[in-house]
Design a protein around this ligand. Structure first.
Ligand code: NAD
Ligand code: IPM
Ligand code: MN
Length: 365
């Protein structure tokens, strides 16, 4: 049987609740395909700060580096909001992404037929939407220098950041995006702010240059403000989107809502080699943490992406995706995707139902 080691980083808020569900689903789906996992749970985020004084302890990063894949819940919360910059939970997450060099973040926004009614958009607008957002994850304004706090010429206090992209950074994310579009419907839209920002003008120049390697892909460019509008006007015009770190962060939260809830959107963060990081796109949801209300499906679907993109175990991944659809077919819904006529359940019960569906897939697979 195949064996893999998985680093679990439950994190803060609803992180541990959704990770506990996803871990069980991963274990069961794997076992049905002859896969054995060893799990190592490590602290990261606010809980790591409380425990070890830093949001990403060295032991956590080295465990992640040595494993086959990382499954992460979410980090952050009010308690740590006033931490110094280098001690914030969010800084730990950025250090993890940079430490593993996972520069390509895939965020699929797929409207499942079962959840069309949960979308805030009209049925005819939401139905059939299937977008892959390819977000650059280890560069741009999140990491650019100079950055910091200081004073300007008139002695006034300032905060500043720098949006910067080097050739190799744009070229490698562009290639991932073109390859992704090739496996989908052959359409790639690069989103930038090239009418204003030099970093975006450069981004557009490099994406256009790389396009020469992919004559079969239909490339278009769109300004980010228009893209934000087009996403809610007519999301079906998009197939694959490639964009920088900060625009990708914002547009993927927006795209998630088309699918019904941010609680549905998984992600895969991949590098050129080494373990990937798999996490829901949502945060620690402090407003519902500890109440068994969180939707665990984004994390469950992230476990499916871990199997598919991280380990090449497509059959086990498919078992999870099918089980999620089956659970929704049976009418089970957490609060965020609830609509009249469906059955309201909590995080744990949703997890139990997904497990049952994975289990019964033995018969149908
Ligand atoms: P959030 O995504 O945590 O929550 C936004 C809203 O969506 C909240 O109303 C929340 O209840 C709801 N929501 C999120 N996930 C849900 C789920 N699975 N099921 C049901 N409802 C869900 O964003 P926020 O409130 O802006 O941030 C809270 C904290 O999380 C902050 O500290 C932020 O920095 C952090 N954060 C972490 C990550 C991450 O770990 N990758 C991502 C985003 C935000
Ligand atoms: C996300 C989050 C993170 C980001 C934060 C918490 C650093 O919003 O994963 O989308 O901005 O990348
Ligand atoms: Mn985000």
């Amino acid at each position: 049987s195949r064996r893999y080691s998985i680093t679990l980083l439950p994190g803060d808020g609803i992180g541990p609740e959704v990770i506990s569900v996803a871990k069980n689903v991963l274990k069961l789906a794997g076992s049905l395909e002859g896969i054995e996992f060893s799990f190592q749970e490590m602290p990261m985020g606010g809980c790591a700060f409380d425990l070890a004084g830093v949001p990403l302890p060295e032991e956590t990063l080295s465990a992640a580096k040595q494993s086959d894949a990382v499954l992460l819940g979410a980090i952050g919360g009010y308690k740590w909001d006033n931490n110094e910059k280098h001690l914030k939970p969010e800084t730990g997450l950025l250090q993890l992404r940079q430490g593993l060099n996972v520069f390509a973040n895939l965020r699929p926004a797929t409207v499942l037929p079962q959840l069309v009614d949960a979308s805030t958009l009209k049925k005819e607008v939401a139905e059939g939407v299937d977008i892959m957002v390819v977000r650059e994850l280890t560069g741009g304004i999140y990491f650019g220098k100079p950055r910091g706090f200081g004073t300007n010429e008139s002695g006034e206090e300032i905060g500043f950041n720098t949006e910067v992209y080097a050739t190799h950074e744009v070229d490698r994310i562009a290639r991932v995006a073109f390859e992704t579009a090739r496996k989908r419907h052959g359409k790639l839209c690069s989103v930038d702010k090239a009418n204003v920002l030099e970093a975006s003008m450069f981004w557009r120049k490099r994406v256009t240059a790389i396009a020469a390697e992919y004559p079969d892909i239909e490339l278009s460019h769109m300004y980010v403000d228009n893209a934000a509008m087009q996403l809610v006007r007519n999301p079906k015009q998009f197939d694959t989107i490639v964009t920088n770190n900060i625009f990708g962060d914002i547009l993927s939260d927006e795209a998630s809502m088309i699918t019904g809830s941010i609680g549905m959107l998984p992600s895969a963060s991949l590098g050129a080699s080494g373990p990937g990081v798999f996490e829901p796109i949502h945060g620690s949801a402090p407003d519902i943490a500890g109440q068994d209300k969180a939707n665990p499906l984004a994390t469950v679907l992230s476990a499916a992406m871990l199997l598919k993109y991280g380990l090449g175990e497509e059959k086990a991944a498919k078992r999870i995706e099918n089980a999620v659809q089956d659970t929704l077919n049976k009418g089970f819904r957490t609060g965020d995707i609830y609509s009249a006529g469906t059955k309201l359940v909590g995080c744990n019960e949703m997890g139990e139902e997904v497990l049952k569906s994975v289990d019964s897939s033995v018969l149908t697979a």
